[in-house]
Write a protein that binds this ligand. Structure first.
Ligand code: OGA
Ligand code: MN
Length: 290
C-alpha cells in the first residue's frame, strides 16, 4: 500500500510487514467497544494485510468474547472442549512436560473441513515461552497470484476434499496421544467426514483469489485418484511455503492476533519444550467458500 493510502487511516495506526502481508495495529483499545469508524478501519486493515497483530491488549476472556462479536458471530469449534463457562473460547495450551507436536503444529487453515469454515481466528497470548512458540503464516493469495497462467487455468475448475480425519479421527495422531496432552481434544468418528471446497477460492471482501488447500485438512481432489491428486497438492504446498510468502509472528504477552482463514494457512512452530505456553482462542463464522 502506498504511503498516502497508509495515511488514510484516521483512527488507528497500521505498521505493515515489509511484504504487506501482516501488520501491527496501534491506537486502539480492544477492551472497549470500538467506535464504528475505528472498527471499519480495523476491518479494512485486516482485508488488506490478512494477519493483524494488536500488541499490549491483555484482554479478559469477557473482553476477548466481546471483541470477537464485533468482528462477527462465533464460528463452531469442534474436537476441542471449550473453557468452562466460556463455550466459545478454547484454551490453546502446552505444558512444560509435553513433548508432542503443538496444537496447530503443521500447515492448515482452521476448520477448513467445515461447510462454512471460520473467516477469522482470534488468538490472545496469556503465557509466552522465553524461546520458540512463533506462529508462521502463508499468504495464500500471493502464492496463487505467483502461479503461471497455465497452472491457474488447470486449478480453476478443481475442488479440494477436506477432512479432519488426519487430525481428529479415530486413527489420527491425536487419538493415540490423548493422555499425553493438556488440551481436551475430542477424537470422534465425525472427523472422518469429508467436504469439498473450490481449490482456488475468491475472498468475499477483497475479490482476491487464494489457494485453499493445506496438508493437514486437504485429503484429495474431487474426481482424482490419489496418484493424480497427491503430486498436484504436494507441488502446491512446496510452492506456498516459500519464504517470500511467509510472515513469522513473534509473540509477546497480552497480544491479540487476528488472521483470515480464507486466504492464509498457518503453523504453530513449537521449539519451547520445557516451557508453558497458554493462549485463548475464538473463531468468527465465515461463508461458503466460492
Ligand atoms: C490455532 C492455531 C497456532 C499457535 O489456534 O488455530 O493454529 O501458534 N494456533 O498457537
Ligand atoms: Mn490453527
Amino acid at each position: 500500500m502506498s504511503q498516502a493510502a497508509e495515511a488514510a487511516y484516521r483512527t488507528i495506526t497500521v505498521k505493515p510487514q515489509p511484504s504487506g502481508f501482516g501488520a501491527e495495529i496501534g491506537g486502539v483499545d480492544l477492551a472497549k467497544p470500538l467506535p464504528a469508524g475505528q472498527l471499519a478501519e480495523v476491518k479494512a486493515a485486516w482485508a488488506r494485510h490478512s494477519v493483524l497483530a494488536f500488541p499490549d491488549q491483555p484482554l479478559s476472556l469477557h473482553e476477548l468474547e466481546a471483541f470477537t462479536l464485533e468482528i462477527g458471530p462465533y464460528g463452531v469449534d469442534p474436537f476441542v472442549a471449550p473453557m468452562p463457562g466460556h463455550p466459545n473460547v478454547l484454551e490453546v495450551r502446552r505444558d512444560p512436560n509435553e513433548t508432542l507436536t503443538p496444537f496447530g503444529g503443521a500447515w492448515h487453515s482452521d476448520w477448513s473441513f467445515q461447510a462454512t469454515p471460520p473467516a477469522a481466528t482470534i488468538l490472545r497470548s496469556e503465557v509466552i515461552p522465553p524461546v520458540g512458540g512463533d506462529t508462521l503464516f502463508v499468504d495464500a493469495a500471493a502464492a496463487y497470484e505467483a502461479l503461471d497462467e497455465a497452472t491457474k487455468a488447470k486449478l480453476a475448475p478443481l475442488k479440494a476434499v477436506h477432512s479432519a480425519t488426519r487430525a481428529y479421527g479415530p486413527r489420527s495422531g491425536y487419538a493415540k496421544e490423548l493422555d499425553q496432552r493438556s488440551m481436551p481434544i475430542i477424537v470422534s468418528a465425525d472427523a472422518d467426514k469429508t467436504f469439498a471446497h473450490p481449490l482456488v477460492r475468491t475472498h468475499p471482501v477483497t475479490g482476491r483469489k487464494a489457494l485453499f488447500v493445506s496438508p493437514v485438512y486437504t485429503i484429495g481432489i474431487e474426481g482424482m485418484t490419489p496418484a493424480e491428486a497427491d503430486p498436484i497438492l504436494a507441488g502446491l504446498y512446496k510452492h506456498m511455503v516459500q519464504d517470500r510468502f511467509i510472515y513469522r509472528h513473534k509473540w509477546r504477552v497480552g497480544m491479540v492476533l487476528m488472521w483470515d482463514n480464507r486466504c492464509t494457512m498457518h503453523n504453530a512452530e513449537g521449539g519451547y519444550d520445557g516451557h508453558l505456553r497458554v493462549m485463548h482462542r475464538t473463531t468468527v463464522a465465515g461463508e461458503t467458500p466460492a
